[in-house]
Design a protein around this ligand. Structure first.
Ligand code: 6R9
Length: 652
């Protein structure tokens, strides 16, 4: 990790100055669940007491806990002795409260088919599937892989696992057979739940063949359950493979929710670290459910009677776990789940869906927003988006231009925006505005939520009052990871090795004179040019502020003279005026300063992204430094890098 010097911190601070401020709209604040400092004050006065109150108010327990928190650094355990059933919190309690007929999921298939599923139907389906899993020999503690398209059965599978206490490990449907096999091996999983295929970009993508390949490469899988969705031909192995609908036909819907211990494992979710081997992040029941229910309620100012929530993530990522399955369903709200891509059949599909279901709260990623900008404001303008009340973003820093575009063209200038910083490891949102309380600044995630304590520190762990630093968390929170599956040492080294007694998961940030936090991204995305620390995000933001630029990715490439050199890849807006790399370099120099001026700018039709939409900077660095490309299997579209390499080779 590069050191962060005093001078570097000053340069980070000087780099950008965003002065626009957006207080909560008066009408929004008046109707908000919280519009004053009460939650902040309570949490500051009594951290454990605050979380205990959330746990008792928001979650239903079958046995109360004895101890709120056991903090044996670096391990935290929450609500010890308490027992609950997570799926009963997500389903049974809403049905018992008379909300069985309420829509849990408005599901929209990519080809245009749709299904509305009530809470009572969901409970029925989950109970049956829990019985199916038990019938296949799945016992409490057994790991179950879920490898599915975005169909309701993915949520059913997860909740059924939760019901019987069998930890699920969801693997994003875009991952390869090899990735699935690696995760099966690491988790020693017993069952795979998959589908024949799903719909994406107008055609069927097969999943079952990849599942077959993964199962053949590994030795622990006893059964494969297959949901029929794509309609594509699949091979079924006798005795091992079962059609979901056939098993469900004979299943009983009577499956009383057994209580589990608060600290029982709810799921593993694999995420990539700095080494090649993915880490199985462990989350447990009571703390995770408390954290996701609380954050979903307050960050999205949830009014479950009237809200229609839509999180556009895939359930294969933590955002889908926390803000499609667990948070929204624990809060008993109605939500939209969509199977496909935003540009099928046309570029306005998302806005058509918002209008169709009257979506009130919409949560997506900055990369999606920049794509929408590229497609043009006329796409959302084709639809009535007046139902929207609040917008959210997650996954990477949002540049102020994208924030403003989102605010104006999606939010109609009236919706607060919550820029939410968190990680697979944190389980739920950590830093975000509270929409009825916080005055926002475009591009800033603002402040830690009540109950979250963050601190910026320098290389020597000294407190940073203003300027750049490392983003650390100093107090345990209920949703924090409980470790890395099978590798306790890696947990300690990765998160607790850099600073004593602080959680550090790799992000740099700065704090401005008003105390606002600006997450700059992973510290390995922070460049060091001639001893000056420059965030890739800030150069990207400067590039995107040029009227002709739609999207930009910036990396630091090794340079003999300056240590690192700024290299930029730029996608131009369609229909925008032509612009030369030299003009863009001058523009960046004007926005930030000559020190941030890219050494080279490549104009490109596309950028290499993971299937979750994160730009793969590692590959861009490889291209910039003329190296052979390593593993490209997690790319959404591998042809993009070939084209980039071709252009780089042609460059003078
Ligand atoms: C939820 C999720 C975590 C990393 C994280 C950071 C980046 C997420 C962000 C953000 C700036 C935000 N990140 N939200 N950076 N502003 N609002 O994305 O989890 O896939 O584990 O990624 O994403 O770098 O460390 P995960």
């Amino acid at each position: 990790m590069a050191p962060m010097s005093e001078g570097n911190q000053q340069s980070i601070e000087a780099l950008s100055a965003e002065h626009r401020m957006f207080p909560p709209p008066a009408e929004f604040a008046a109707n908000a669940l919280t519009n004053d400092r009460t939650l902040f004050d309570e949490a500051a006065a009594d951290h454990e007491g605050f979380w205990a109150r959330q746990a008792s108010e928001l979650v239903e327990w079958s046995r109360p806990w004895d101890t709120v928190l056991e903090w044996d650094l670096p391990y935290s355990k929450w609500f010890l002795g308490g027992q609950l059933n997570v799926s009963a919190n997500c389903l049974d309690r809403h049905v018992a409260a008379g909300n069985g007929d309420k829509i849990a999921i408005h599901w929209e298939g990519e080809p245009g088919d749709s299904r509305d599923i009530t809470y009572a139907e969901m409970l029925d389906e989950v109970s049956k599937f829990a019985n199916v899993l038990t019938g296949l020999g799945v016992e409490k503690g057994d790991r179950v892989m879920v490898y599915m398209p975005m169909i309701p059965e993915a949520a059913v599978a997860m909740l059924a696992c939760a019901r019987i206490g069998a930890p699920h490990s969801v693997v994003f449907g875009g991952f390869s057979a090899q990735s699935l096999a690696d995760r099966i091996d690491d988790a020693d999983a017993k069952v795979v739940i998959t589908a024949d295929g799903g719909h994406r970009r107008g055609s069927v993508f097969p999943l079952k063949p990849a599942a077959d390949e993964a199962v053949e490469k590994t030795s622990t899988i006893e059964h494969v359950v297959v949901v029929k969705r794509g309609g594509n031909e699949v091979d079924m192995v006798d005795g091992r493979d079962h059609w979901y609908h056939e098993l469900m036909n004979g299943a009983s819907a009577d499956c009383p929710p057994v209580p589990h211990d608060s600290e029982d494992l709810l799921f593993l979710l694999y995420t990539s670290g700095t080494t090649g081997k993915p880490k199985g992040i462990m989350h447990t029941m009571g703390g995770y459910l408390t954290h996701t229910t609380y954050t979903h309620k307050y960050v999205f100012d949830l009014h479950p009677e009237t809200d229609v929530f839509w999180c556009t993530a895939d359930v294969g990522w933590i955002t889908g776990h926390s803000y499609i399955v667990y948070g929204p369903m624990s809060n008993g709200c109605t939500q939209v789940m969509y199977e496909g891509v935003p540009n099928y059949p046309e570029n306005d599909r998302f806005w058509e869906i918002v209008a169709k279901y009257g979506v009130t709260k919409f949560y997506t990623a900055p990369t999606a927003i920049r794509t929408f900008m590229k497609w043009g404001a006329e796409e959302p303008a084709k639809h009535d988006l007046s139902s929207l009340q609040l917008l959210g973003t997650v996954g990477e820093p949002i540049n102020p231009e994208a924030w403003m575009w989102y605010h104006e063209h999606i939010g109609g200038g009236r919706c607060p925006i919550v820029d939410t910083w968190w990680q697979t490891e944190t389980g739920g949102i950590m830093i975000s505005p509270l929409p009825g309380v916080t005055t926002t600044k475009p591009g800033s995630a603002t402040h830690p939520l009540p109950g979250v304590v963050a601190e910026l520190v320098d290389d020597d762990a000294n407190h940073v009052e203003t300027g750049g630093g490392y983003l650390t968390l100093t107090k345990p929170w209920p949703g924090m990871l409980r470790g890395i599956w099978g590798d306790p040492q890696r947990y300690i080294d990765t998160y607790w090795g850099r600073f004593d007694d602080r959680y550090f998961a790799g992000d740099g940030a700065k704090i401005d004179d008003d105390g606002y936090l600006w997450v700059l991204g992973r510290v390995d995305d922070v460049m060091n040019v001639s001893g000056h620390r420059i965030s890739t995000a800030e150069v990207e933001s400067a590039l995107v502020s040029h009227p002709s630029v739609a999207e930009a990715a910036v990396v630091g490439a090794t340079d003999a003279t300056t240590g690192q050199a700024v290299m930029a890849y730029v996608i131009l807006r369609s229909g925008a005026a032509d612009v030369t790399p030299e003009e863009l370099r001058t523009h960046v120099a004007g926005e930030i300063g000559a020190i941030a001026k890219p050494k080279a700018i490549f104009i490109t039709p596309d950028l290499p992204k993971t299937r979750s939409g994160k730009i793969m900077r590692r590959l861009l660095r490889d291209v910039a430094e003329g190296r052979n490309l390593g593993d490209t299997t997690t790319l959404a579209d591998a042809s993009v890098v070939d084209e980039l390499q071709r252009r780089a080779n042609e460059a003078p």
